[in-house]
Design a protein around this ligand. Structure first.
Ligand SMILES: NC(=O)c1ccc[n+]([C@@H]2O[C@H](COP(=O)([O-])OP(=O)(O)OC[C@H]3O[C@@H](n4cnc5c(N)ncnc54)[C@H](O)[C@@H]3O)[C@@H](O)[C@H]2O)c1
Length: 328
């Protein structure tokens, strides 16, 4: 079995590759990554010499590269994306290129060579929900350039599935946490600021709610969908750990031994969503998936991991350390 993973030097893609190689010695993985913003060059150092792993520096916007790699693969896992809402406000075009045009290239090659595609998507496509949880049939209502490009990609995947009968399934997950995440994202960013003894920026009131899942539970769900999910369908993935940004910041400050008010409130990001929530009954019932990791213990594990691997946190840019990155 040959997997093509796109965006495998990023957070979830790198965890997915490590997890698959550990579990199954019969799977060969090619990772294509353009080394754009969310990547970390250290993320897959440990498998550099693994005979089942091959890295190609390349962009999914390059049609010929994508075709060549998909031709030689059995399943394509499309993780590659510009992934941060703050930067999508600053630079939407990069998001359209990777998250939409890139998906178009992948779809064309998947159609040409008759391969299976797993498109990795996000709870953000459903927009902000005051109450209740989105299921697989809920309407798209994205708010940011990031989530609208992800929703657009879903529409394109669905159209190729219906029109050309390609073999494609969409997974949609809530916020992930764990090792190897770029320090532009909430949890590593809090740790980075705390280590620099700088107060943690809190967007707006901090009352925005996200649902968190440990990254390896997401990776397991993706694999389950790849093997047993139905083409033309989508599967929501969530762990029912809804928590406000303020509460998560306080938890981390406590673990790091910092005062609970070691923070500064900034203006909220434009178009900010109050709450995301997914109903994941379908994957739990049909594919018998459920999360194996518990939120608080994995949060502690994750924080320890970053403290033991401070080199990962060094991979920052100016934008990462701004209080309001969308204004830079
Ligand atoms: N992080 C989350 O909490 C979360 C939750 C739900 C869904 N997702 C989705 O999961 C996927 C992976 O997210 P992540 O957090 O690992 O992102 P990430 O930003 O950490 O990694 C993305 C990777 O894709 C690469 N990339 C971007 N554009 C590319 C292009 N045009 N060609 C080749 N490589 C390119 C980057 O270099 C980077 O290594 C994304 O599609 C994202 O929308 C993420």
């Amino acid at each position: 079995m040959r997997f093509l993973v796109t965006g495998g030097l990023g957070f979830i893609g790198s965890n997915f590759i490590l997890n698959v190689l550990k579990r199954d010695s019969k799977i060969k993985i090619t990772n294509i990554d353009a080394k754009l913003f969310g990547h970390n060059p250290n993320n897959l150092n440990e498998i550099r010499n693994n005979k089942n792993y091959n890295f190609v520096r390349g962009n999914i916007n390059n049609k010929l590269t994508v075709e060549k790699l998909i031709k030689k693969s059995d399943i394509v896992f499309n993780f590659a994306a510009e992934s941060h809402v703050d930067r999508s406000i600053l630079n939407p075009k990069d998001f359209i290129n990777s998250n939409y045009i890139g998906v178009f290239n992948i779809l064309e090659a998947v159609k040409k060579y008759n391969k299976r595609l797993i498109q990795i998507s996000t709870d953000e496509v459903f927009g902000s929900l005051k109450s209740g949880s989105a299921n697989e049939g809920s309407p798209y209502n994205p708010s940011s350039p990031y989530s609208s490009t992800k929703a657009s990609a879903e529409l394109l995947v669905n159209s190729y599935q219906k029109t050309y009968d390609i073999d494609a399934t969409i997974t949609r997950c809530t916020n992930n946490f764990g090792p190897r995440q770029h320090s532009e994202k909430l949890i590593p960013r809090i740790i980075l600021f705390a280590l620099k003894n700088k107060k943690i920026p809190v967007y707006g009131s901090g009352k925005a709610i996200r649902d968190w899942l440990y990254v390896l539970d997401h990776c397991d769900a993706i694999l389950e969908v790849a093997y047993n999910g139905k083409s033309g369908e989508s599967y929501n993935i969530s762990g029912n750990n809804e928590i406000s940004n303020l509460a998560i910041i306080k938890k981390i400050l406590k673990i790091l031994g910092k005062p609970s008010d070691f923070m500064v409130h900034t203006t909220d990001r434009p178009g900010s969503d109050y709450r995301y929530s997914l109903n994941s009954t379908k994957i739990r019932k049909k594919l018998k998936w459920k999360p194996k990791h518990e939120f608080d213990s994995m949060l502690l594990y994750t924080i320890k991991w970053y403290l033991d691997n401070k080199d990962f946190l060094k991979y920052v840019t100016k934008v990462t350390t701004k209080h309001t990155p969308w204004k830079t």
